[in-house]
Design a protein around this ligand. Sequence first.
Ligand code: UGA
Ligand code: MN
Length: 255
Amino acid sequence: PTVFVITPTFKRFVQKAELTRVYQALKPVKNLHWIVVEDAVNKTDLVANFLKTSGLKYTHLNVRTPDILRRHRNELRRMKPRGVVQRNLGIQWLRENINPHKVSGVIYFADDDNTYDSKIFDEMRWIQRVGVWPVAFTGAVRWAGPLCKNGKVVGFHAKWGRFRPFPIDMAAFAVNLKKLLIDFPNATFVAVEQPGMLESSLLSQITKVEELEPVTPNCSKVYVWHTRTETPKDSILGERQLIKKGMPSDKSIET
Ligand code: UGA
Ligand code: MN
């Protein structure tokens, strides 16, 4: 089975560093197809060249988050879900370009800023319906995710967001291709305003907690960390000062 990885990404100071970390986790994985969706009106050269030289099998897409879904100044970070239209475009691309009667696989939504152990991709490859596993640094605890016993999900561990129908992070599940392409051909992420509901907005359309398949195995290991990269403010400020002096860092060197 093929692992289809859908990654929303957007332009920022640390973008290439983030993409490099994800790429290095994907590189050793066999039979993987990376669908990178830029949050942008146009595809950027940085991402296009990055993918071209990656040696990975990939599809490069773009769609800009519409204004109503963008976070406005002074608005709380949590109030607008991120990467929604990008992930939905990735799903749509699969529906239009992959024949699920001929191709077997799973779909995983990998944010560009998390830290992935390559092992997770070979664990998720065999998921028949919807597979789940724990993710570190989410749910306001050391790790959050499913509690599993004898091949069943018997509960969830989290400190924050226990009200959610599926109290797990985006990085904590993968879906069999047939689920989203044959069984539920209209299921999408829904940009609800309530924080933390994005995962549940899709999962509640396509599965039930009783149907979830424990992975890693039996939800026993963490292979994904919900990391967040600090913006190197010194470099941004210093560069701005150099630009003002007419002495910017060599622009032909991409970062
Ligand atoms: C948490 C979850 O881990 C995300 O999967 C979920 O989308 C998010 O909450 C949410 O509820 O919206 P968090 O770390 O807060 O994640 O989100 P980010 O990592 O900042 O963004 C998630 C993805 O969307 C990333 O791949 C990022 O590159 C992308 N993104 C973010 C955009 O494409 N456009 C943006 O303006 C912001
Ligand atoms: Mn993140």
